[in-house]
Design a protein around this ligand. Structure first.
Ligand code: NAD
Length: 499
């Protein structure tokens, strides 16, 4: 069996724990490799070497560091297809979607080429008589990124780009489900000129994560994953005084007003609900049509679109709309939740439970599901399903619809479909959710804005990428300087003893 290890000090580092986790091919259900899980001692070793390497890297001028990012962009583009193939084979998402995953990470690296501008600091001339005041942005030292399975290129790139270009060293702990792309990215960064030891990829599970959280050397943790783990990491990181930003799960509502273009809304819902098998933190999992007429018409438009969805392996290229989910356990959890929906009285309009793909019977494929007449007390409404399951909650009015989204414990993304500017404006202004789409189903902000949810979708301060990332990965030092007035009226010519 092929083994996957760590990347420490610029080379593969064989793990010695004897503990491994299986990496599947989700399309076939086969184990394709086993991943070494790091011990605390291995993590501490990687951290110690990173701390040494960070000293010179932090002192390297920002423009030289940015040039490494410039070269990295070229290398990712050069190897795009190869990266996307590996990504699809471990995650299961379609080949075009895997390229999108890499592309949205690459855009953050492009943004990081401008890091010198963001690291400039501030200066006040003559803050007092003969006094100047200036603030510097300095790297934190060694920081950590802990990332989820669902974007194995994008989210590691969101972490490493800003952290490294700000002069930090980073310990990256990718998801144990699809670890190969982060390792490939680390090799490309070395080829781009990143000194060895500045980025260490340490694979592992809870044991490794806990070692990161307890490390006195690591100054900050950037986490993305499910809400219970986000909250755990946030709390435990704070106990050792770390800076932490922890992004969690989601339940994104799309409100469909009676004046919306229903064809456009139905197309958007199908893409945002079922794309990537629903394994996106910005997937729309709840449709909220306003008024019975809107709801009936929407369901009528959704059904034929959903029935046409093509589910298959990534090797079918553009011929599939979405692939398998990531593990057997994920599939079982989705089907369990679907059953609770049926048991609790929701109407299962499209039932994907018997879905079977010839030749891929052991793959982790889940057929598309559509629920109607879901109510807020049901588990399928309260919990994140993270699968190809769209729930429809009928609302009698706009106020009821916005109230639903506002009362939900998650607050990652949301969207409204309407032709009315006033409603859209009111929605964007009042909603207590971090990312809002107006006739846009998946409003993922571009690299130069910032990404982050509210409520239980995000713990800690500052968002990912954009200027916030540079605030998160640096700390401010402010200097107040007054110099004694010097000799300005000619030189002294006599040999002078020291007083
Ligand atoms: P996960 O929480 O299971 O794992 C995320 C990371 O935490 C992994 O690296 C994993 O090894 C580690 N981990 C898992 N269990 C742990 C434990 N008990 N103690 C310490 N560390 C642990 O999440 P996942 O299944 O990989 O990813 C899917 C989740 O991520 C979904 O909930 C999704 O909404 C969320 N997500 C959120 C965002 C966002 O920006 N808000 C983006 C992508 C994904």
């Amino acid at each position: 069996m092929r083994e996957i290890h760590h990347w420490i000090d610029g080379k593969e580092y064989k793990g010695t724990s004897g503990r491994f986790s299986d990496v599947f091919n989700p399309a076939t259900g086969e184990v394709q490799a086993r991943l070494a899980l790091a011990t605390k001692a291995e993590l501490d070793h990687a951290v110690a070497r990173a701390a040494e390497a960070q000293v010179a890297w932090g002192a390297t001028n920002p423009q030289r560091r940015a040039r490494v990012m410039m070269a990295f962009v070229q290398l990712i583009n050069r190897d795009m297809d190869q990266l996307a193939e590996v990504l699809s084979s471990e995650h299961g998402k379609t080949f075009p979607d895997a390229k999108g995953d890499i592309q949205r990470g690459l855009e953050v690296i492009e943004f990081c080429i401008g890091a010198p501008h963001l690291l400039k600091g501030e200066f006040t001339d003559s803050a007092g008589p003969g006094i100047d005041m200036y603030s510097m942005r300095q790297p934190l030292g060694v920081v950590a990124g802990i990332t989820p399975f669902n974007f194995p290129a994008m989210i590691p790139l969101w972490k490493m780009g800003p952290a490294l270009s700000a002069g930090n060293a980073m310990i990256l702990k990718p998801s144990e489900r699809d670890p190969s792309v982060p390792l490939m990215l680390a090799k490309l960064l070395q080829e781009a000129g990143l000194p060895d030891g500045v980025l260490q990829v340490v694979n592992g599970d809870k044991e490794t994560v806990d070692a990161i959280l307890d490390s006195p050397v690591i100054q900050a943790v950037g986490f993305v994953g499910s809400t219970p783990i986000a909250q755990y990491i946030y709390e435990r990181a704070a106990q050792t005084g770390k800076r932490a930003q922890c992004f969690g799960g989601a339940k994104n509502h799309m409100i469909i007003m009676p004046d919306a273009d229903l064809d456009q809304a139905a197309d958007a819902l199908v893409g945002a609900g079922y794309g990537a098998a629903g394994e996106r933190c910005m997937a729309i999992s709840v449709a909220v049509p306003v008024g019975e007429k809107t709801a009936d018409a929407l369901i009528e438009k959704l059904v034929p679109r959903i029935e046409k969805l093509k589910v298959g392996p990534w090797t079918a290229g553009n011929d599939v709309d979405y692939g398998p989910v990531v593990t057997k356990a994920a599939k079982e959890n989705i089907l369990r939740l679907v059953q609770t929906g049926v048991d609790q009285g929701a109407e299962l309009v499209i039932d994907g439970r018997d879905f079977n793909l010839q030749g891929y019977e052991n793959g982790f494929f889940v057929g598309p599901h559509l629920f109607d007449r879901v109510t807020p007390d049901m588990d399928i409404y309260k919990q994140e399903i993270f699968g190809p399951v769209l729930s429809t909650v009928r609302a009698a009015s706009y106020e009821e619809a916005i109230g639903l989204a506002m009362s939900h414990e998650y607050g990652n993304g949301t969207a409204i479909y309407t032709r009315d500017g006033d409603t859209a404006r009111d929605f964007a202004s009042r909603i207590n959710i971090g990312m809002v789409g107006i006739n846009v189903p998946i409003p993922v902000p571009l690299a130069y804005h910032t990404f982050g949810g509210w409520k239980k979708s995000g713990f800690g301060d500052l968002n990912q990428h954009g200027p916030d990332a540079f605030r998160f990965y640096t700390r401010t030092k402010t200097v107040t300087a007054r110099w004694p007035s010097g000799i300005k009226e000619g030189g002294e010519f006599n040999f002078k003893a020291m007083d």
